[in-house]
Design a protein around this ligand. Structure first.
Ligand SMILES: [Zn+2]
Length: 123
C-alpha cells in the first residue's frame, strides 16, 4: 500500500519525503524546499545529474511507438527525424519534470531522510 501512495504522489508531482508538498512552482521551476515539510530537494551539487539518465530513458521509451509507426509508414529519414524531434521537444516539460521526480523518489527510497523540524508545522 505504501508503494501505491508513493506512486500517486509521484504522479501528482509531490515531495518524496512527505508526499504532500508540491515540487514544481512553474513549468521548469522547482521549489528549493518542500512547501509542506521544508525538506531541501537539492541534496548536493550536481544532485540532478542522475535525473538526466531518467530523462534519456523516458524520452527513448516515448519515442519507440512513434518510431515504429513511422517505419511502418515508410517515411523519409528527414521526416522521421523531424517528427521525433518535434515529439520530444513538445513533451520535454513532462520528461523534465518526471525524470527529476523519479530521481527524487527513488533516491528517497534508497536513502531515506526525514523532514527537518519546523516550528510552523508543529500543532
Ligand atoms: Zn515535503
Amino acid at each position: 500500500m505504501k508503494i501505491l501512495t508513493r506512486l500517486w504522489a509521484l504522479l501528482l508531482q509531490r515531495c518524496p519525503v512527505c508526499l504532500q508538498g508540491k515540487v514544481f512552482n512553474s513549468l521548469f521551476g522547482m521549489y528549493k524546499n518542500c512547501p509542506h515539510c521544508g525538506v531541501l530537494f537539492d541534496r548536493e551539487t550536481g544532485y540532478y545529474l542522475n535525473a538526466m539518465f531518467f530523462a534519456y530513458t523516458i524520452g527513448f521509451l516515448i519515442m519507440i511507438p512513434t518510431a515504429i509507426y513511422l517505419v511502418i509508414r515508410d517515411v523519409s529519414i528527414a521526416f522521421f527525424s523531424v517528427a521525433i524531434i518535434i515529439e520530444i521537444v513538445l513533451l520535454w516539460p513532462l520528461i523534465f519534470r518526471y525524470s527529476r521526480l523519479l530521481w527524487l523518489h527513488i533516491d528517497q527510497m534508497m536513502d531515506p531522510r526525514t523532514p527537518p523540524l519546523s516550528d510552523k508545522k508543529q500543532p
